[in-house]
Design a protein around this ligand. Structure first.
Ligand code: PDD
Length: 277
């Protein structure tokens, strides 16, 4: 016998929406992607699908055809008719009784939502403030998992401080990445960022930023730095699918880059734009 309650009402268990039994809800047991389009064309779809396949495999969700996921994304995007769209989708392991271990007969659930992207041009011209927060995440941050509580808490802390993003700092005192973005520092003509490992998400935007940096003839340095070092950078910026490159003009209350977007950051924004045309 089982009884269920939703808010203050008893609901017969057999009448409960299946979504209440989704392991994504109980355990964050699923993986997701965020993709965008520029002027009616999806950007870097192959890279996102490849990362999604990696995430699925890493948490042992089997039997999902990523080619079919790709088709669904394209079909939904075509139907939405939104030129600058944000495409979110996830796959959870499926619905079932709340047991920590799972049964491979579970049927994975797919969900997708497409919305209009907010215009990021003002953020790009003015720049944003960031604050630091401890990186409390697990040891597989390379997986784009639905478990985002540490990221959510970090981002909320930044919002409370009037900041746009939280920069995560690990136990050893080094910056890993933003709570939902990659983070870059420029010293002279050298572009620094955290090396890829299990400690950060392999950001798709990061990959294109590194390409843009080569085109801009910047030197690449994949090395972690501390918040104190970041404060002395000539320029700082964030990179994320939904906004590509966002200049940072304040780091933990200290003005950086003279309080305005730096010249190489602006150059990278222009180089990046060429990939999206
Ligand atoms: N976040 N690092 C983290 C922890 C992220 O969550 C994200 C993206 C990035 C940037 O990755 P990409 O360039 O592939 O978007 C880096 C998405 C957008 C989100 O969770 O909404």
């Amino acid at each position: 016998m089982q009884i269920a309650m939703v808010q203050d009402k008893f609901v017969p268990v057999e009448q409960l929406d299946a979504a209440y039994f989704d392991r994504g809800l109980y355990f964050g047991d699923g993986v997701y992607e965020v993709i965008r389009s520029y002027n009616g064309r999806i950007f870097a779809l192959d890279e996102h699908i490849e990362r999604f396949a990696h995430s699925l495999a890493a948490i042992e969700i089997i039997g999902v055809d990523v080619k079919e996921i790709r088709r669904r994304v394209q079909k939904a995007f075509d139907k939405a008719g939104i030129a600058n769209a944000k495409i979110y989708f996830h796959v959870t392991r499926g619905c079932g009784p709340r047991n920590h271990s799972w049964d491979n007969s579970l049927k994975p659930n797919f969900f997708l939502i497409i919305s209009e992207l907010e215009d990021a041009s003002e953020l790009k011209t003015k720049g944003v403030a960031v604050s630091v927060y401890p990186d409390m995440r697990w040891k597989r941050c390379d997986i784009k998992s639905l478990n985002l509580l540490p990221n959510v808490l970090a981002h909320q802390d930044a919002s409370k401080k009037g900041c746009f993003e939280a920069i995560l700092v690990n136990d050893a005192g080094f910056i890993t990445e933003g709570s939902s973005s990659a983070f870059f520092q420029i010293f002279g003509r050298a572009l620094h960022t955290t090396p890829l490992s299990n400690n950060i998400l392999p950001s798709v935007t990061r990959k294109f930023v590194l390409k843009a940096a080569l085109n801009a003839r910047l030197e690449l340095v994949e090395k972690s730095i501390t918040p104190n070092q970041a404060q002395t950078a000539d320029e700082l910026f964030l990179a994320v699918t939904t906004k590509d490159i966002i200049p940072v003009i304040k780091f933990d209350s200290r003005t950086v880059s003279g309080g305005k977007p730096g010249k190489y950051t602006k150059q990278l924004i222009e180089e990046f734009r060429l990939f999206t045309a």
